[in-house]
Design a binder for this molecule. Structure first.
Ligand SMILES: *Cc1c(COP(=O)(O)O)cnc(C)c1O
Length: 619
């Protein structure tokens, strides 16, 4: 049976398998392989991150569309607004596409630090919302005042009472002559009684790092009233955590926030008009049918939010709040794919052609030959067990000096071949013993990328990402696969997992190229990526589609070259340059030899750190 690599589970119709290849289900439906080859033909080797802005736009449209539909359906009075939380992806070639797509929706940005605030101030169209969360110092609040005064619609979400005091202080020192409409809006993050969700549960709940308790909310309202700021208090905010797999914690949080909203209005927060429900809308990463991790649809999500807000507002007799969301993962994840070439398969030393058959082999090895030649479905279990027994015996014989290194190599090859054949012949379903063996004999695919740089959430949280080969898809994949990256860290591995088995094709990388696509990597991975071993952010390209549906490669940005990487670590690259050069120039080599060495050296210094080639054609 051909594998669809779970596309029907996680793919959202964005990609399809057609013939041998994965194609982009858009425009003229180009194959990903074709795009990657074009990028590589312009000289860029190593892993490539492809961005698809049409998928960013699609997600924004979906989010707004579903809420607008729900608003109509429930005859909801408030407005729908959204901001993109920059911490999910701050890379310029992503952010510029978000803001391109956002102008038709009045879609803004959310900032959690001063640097993110600067991005928001420079990229958000005037009038579109900016929200500012996280811990803030006086300087950050001054920046918010500057943004407001220069025409931005900005809301400072206060996380603690001290921030409110700082706002009032900044106002007195700096903004005293600002018209009230030139001041930032105030939001208050509420510390939820209901707990947060998932691996990110710390974002919500009583023990959360963030937000005001109900007592603090009341104090904050008093301060705002006394200081004449209550008119600027427009929003309450909560965020229960990322990758919310179930909808029920959100519903609980919505009830809690809805009641707080209504009560604050009744107590005199006359301008309070919005509830910001944070992010958390989940992405389906599972590659296995029937094991979806997200148990709700975007439609259900929108319906629940709108229904609950309407219900609470009606029963408490207040105006229905405008709704803000800060979904990040949902908007960004699907837009980026990391594509990396397989460099080598690591059980090739276990190939028949590597056997060194002698005139006379030890009897147990002769038996292994027999087992290998005669194994078939009916005897596979028995032969498998015999082979494993023989392996133990032969290794003992080696330790005792009775067989030599060539015999030992033949043993390893033969046993490996027999086990693989047996597993192939047998049905491993429900057979724990066989599965354990299967787990041990996977093929290791060495892939030209760094897990630490490109899939940090796999390393840090065990978050799986869909993996699909870009070619060979009309053939059944036969190899249980583990993935090795090129860092020299043993954590740089995606081990084979029999619960979510990855099967890849048996290929000869000396003869043909084989690329793996790692999908849904557009959220969080890029900026969390670490330069372990000094592998940096990969080469990236943005793929757009013109009117006739043809794709275009834009904004090609090569991974940093070696000297820039060292410069970033604050090495004095002038000194490095001089040292490398003088080592060669002051050597006793001939002028011609010096020239050759220097030529090569400077060529390589200008290239990135990913592998170019192992054999001539790859990398
Ligand atoms: C991280 C974060 C978000 C985004 O969460 P997603 O799960 O990516 O949607 C939204 N709001 C706040 C306050 C956050 O900290």
């Amino acid at each position: 049976m051909k594998s669809d690599y779970g596309l029907s589970v996680w793919g959202g119709g964005n990609f399809e398998i057609e013939g041998d290849s994965v194609i982009v289900n858009y425009g003229t439906r180009p194959a990903l392989l074709e795009i990657v080859k074009e990028v590589r033909n312009s000289g860029y080797k190593g892993p490539v991150l492809l961005r698809f802005p049409h998928l960013i736009e699609q997600q924004i449209k979906l989010l707004f569309g579903e809420f607008e539909r729900a608003f109509d359906e429930f005859e909801y009075q408030g407005s729908f607004n959204a901001v993109f939380p920059l911490k999910v992806n701050q890379f310029p070639n992503f952010v510029s596409r978000v803001t391109d797509a956002s102008s038709s929706y009045n879609y803004g940005l959310e900032a959690g630090s001063k640097a993110e605030l600067i991005i928001a101030m420079a990229n958000t169209p005037l009038g579109a919302p900016i929200t500012v969360n996280g811990f803030k110092d006086k300087e950050m609040i001054v920046l918010c005042f500057i943004a407001a005064k220069s025409g931005h619609n900005i809301t400072i979400t206060i996380e603690g009472l001290n921030e409110l005091e700082t706002i009032i202080e900044v106002h007195k020192e700096f903004g005293i002559n600002f018209a009230s409409t030139q001041l930032p809006h105030i939001g208050m993050r509420i510390r939820m009684h209901s707990a947060g969700v998932g691996a990110w549960a710390k974002s919500g709940g009583y023990s959360s790092k963030f937000g005001l308790t109900s007592t603090e909310l009341l104090i904050a309202c008093d301060i705002l009233k006394n200081e004449g700021w209550i008119e600027r208090f427009s929003m309450i905010h909560f965020h229960i955590g990322s990758q919310m797999e179930e909808i029920s914690p959100l519903k609980k949080a919505l009830r809690e926030a809805g009641n707080i909203y209504a009560d604050l209005i009744k107590m005199g927060a006359s301008s309070l008009s919005s509830i910001n429900i944070g992010g958390g809308l989940a992405v389906e990463y599972s590659q296995i049918p029937k094991s979806q991790t997200r148990n709700y649809s975007i439609k259900e999500f929108a319906n629940d939010v709108v229904y609950l807000m309407k219900d609470i507002s009606q029963s408490k007799g207040v105006k229905e709040p405008n709704i803000f969301t800060e979904s990040g993962r949902f908007i960004a994840a699907s837009h980026a794919i990391l594509i990396a070439p397989v460099l080598e398969l690591f059980s090739q030393e276990y190939h028949e052609k590597s056997l060194r058959v002698k005139e006379s082999n030890p009897p147990l090895i002769e038996e292994l030959f027999d087992l290998y030649e005669n194994i078939e479905k009916s005897n596979a279990r028995e032969y498998l067990h015999d082979a494993i027994d023989h392996l133990e015996s032969l290794l003992t014989l080696f330790d005792l000096g009775y067989i030599d290194l060539e015999d030992r190599s033949n043993t390893e090859i033969l046993v490996n071949l027999i086990v693989k054949k047996a597993i192939f012949l047998l049905d491993t379903k429900g057979r724990e013993d066989l599965k354990q063996i299967e787990d041990k004999i996977q093929e290791k695919y060495l892939v030209n990328f760094s897990i630490f740089q490109s899939l940090p959430d796999f390393w840090g949280l065990g978050q799986g990402f869909p993996i699909v080969p870009l070619s060979h898809l009309s053939k059944e994949p036969t190899q249980a696969a583990a993935i090795w990256d090129i860092t020299c860290d043993s954590d740089g591995e995606i081990a084979y997992n029999s619960k979510a088995p990855l099967k890849l094709h048996d290929i000869d990388v000396e003869k043909e190229e084989y690329f793996l696509g790692f999908f849904l990597v557009g959220a969080y991975q890029e900026v969390l990526g670490m330069k372990h071993n000094l592998f940096t952010h990969p080469t990236e390209a943005t793929i757009t589609f013109d009117e006739s549906g043809e794709y275009r490669i834009e904004s090609l940005l090569e991974a940093q070259n070696l000297m820039d990487i060292l410069d970033d670590l604050d090495y004095d690259i002038g000194i490095i340059d001089k040292k490398l050069k003088s080592n060669i120039e002051e050597s006793s080599l001939s002028e011609e030899e010096k020239e050759t060495l220097l030529g090569k050296l400077y060529l390589y210094l200008s290239e990135n750190s990913y592998l170019k080639t192992i054999q001539a054609s790859r990398g």
